[in-house]
Design a protein around this ligand. Structure first.
Ligand code: SIN
Length: 331
């Protein structure tokens, strides 16, 4: 019996449709259903027993916490299902790294979960979706992919959810892992791993994922983008609006202009959790000014601001402290 792989379709450009086959922008994302996606790649049937279900039909920039939680719920059910060996999610690329990271945080089994997408709509000349989908199924069906958390497969490369980011606006090779590179590849159908993934699921992933399944939303956590002459007024607005968490995307090693730092320190005193991340694409955010430590800001480590935001949302959902968040970031 072949591996039983469930495809969850979320929409995105991989399911996009344009009137003109030469068009790679200005198309409708999410227009093509999962049955049609699979029909376009009959080769997947030679790799595994695949079945599909449509979870959403959205342009992923419009994904909400409610939809993210629906995805967490469904993946949790499939991780626990004895008749499913692996999961592939087709997703828009704009927030693909966020969904991958959220699912990785609460991934509690050794079953492969692979997310893929495409940069060109399904109707395009030289569409990249069909091969990406085939490669994603190949990875999900491969025993070497077990116990590696959530994997992102596009453009023949395999990335870990924690490290990958969409680096280029339109190129098909947009997904890169700036700190350390891809962890593997699919070379003409052969799945190869060069490195072990950084496993980032939480020790309490099973119970946290269960808690999240009963929620319809996640706490509001904005990302405030640091810039010259930031007087910190958006920090104040966030606190006044009842925000309980802030990710500050600072400069370089998470540096924060003095006035914004003072507002953030005041916010921490009022019980707000603050993560100090960076707007730089490469490198990590580590210990810097002593005043940041004293204020109680948590450094984001290797997480980019969007992933740090999800970590904070999950932390706030389960009532985790700043100390617990620090530990989660060490995982
Ligand atoms: C989306 O993120 O849904 C649209 C863009 C894409 O998938 O490349």
């Amino acid at each position: 019996m072949g591996k039983r792989i469930r495809i969850l379709a979320m929409g995105g450009t991989i399911a996009g449709s344009a009137a003109d086959s030469a068009a790679t922008t200005g198309y409708q994302a999410g227009a093509v259903g999962v049955a049609e996606l699979l029909a376009a790649v009959p080769q997947v049937r030679a790799v595994a027993e695949v079945s599909g279900e449509q979870l959403a039909t959205i342009d992923s920039k419009d994904i909400t916490a409610a939809v993210q939680l629906q995805m967490v719920r469904r993946v949790r059910e499939l991780l626990l299902a004895a008749d499913v060996d692996g999961i592939v999610i087709t997703h828009g690329t704009d927030t693909l790294e966020e969904s991958a990271y959220l699912l990785d945080l609460v991934h509690f089994a050794d079953k492969p979960v692979v997310i893929t997408g495409a940069m060109r709509p399904s109707t395009a000349l030289s569409a990249d979706g069909p091969l990406n989908l085939l490669d994603a199924v190949r990875v999900a069906a491969d025993d070497k992919a077990r116990d590696r958390g959530v994997l992102v497969v596009l453009n023949n490369a395999i990335h870990s959810a924690q490290a990958v980011t969409k680096l280029a606006t339109m190129a098909v090779e947009t997904f890169q892992s700036p700190n350390g590179g891809a962890i593997g590849a699919v070379n003409d159908g052969e799945v190869v791993f060069y490195h072990n993934s950084q496993l980032h699921h939480l020790p309490q992933a099973l119970s946290i994922s269960e808690k999240l399944t009963s929620q319809q939303e996640l706490p509001y956590v904005p990302i405030l983008y640091g810039h010259s002459d930031d007087d910190g007024r958006l920090v104040k607005v966030t606190v006044d609006q009842g925000g309980k968490g802030i990710v500050y995307a600072g400069m370089g090693n998470g540096s924060i202009p003095a006035q914004a730092e003072a507002e953030l320190a005041a916010a921490v005193k009022q019980g707000v959790l603050v993560i100090r991340a960076s707007s730089s694409a490469l490198g990590m955010v580590a210990k810097a000014e002593e005043s940041y430590e004293q204020a109680g800001f948590v450094a984001s480590g290797c997480l980019n601001p969007r992933k740090a935001r999800l970590l904070l949302q999950v932390a706030l959902s389960v009532g985790a402290s700043a100390a617990a968040v620090k530990n989660w970031l060490k995982i």
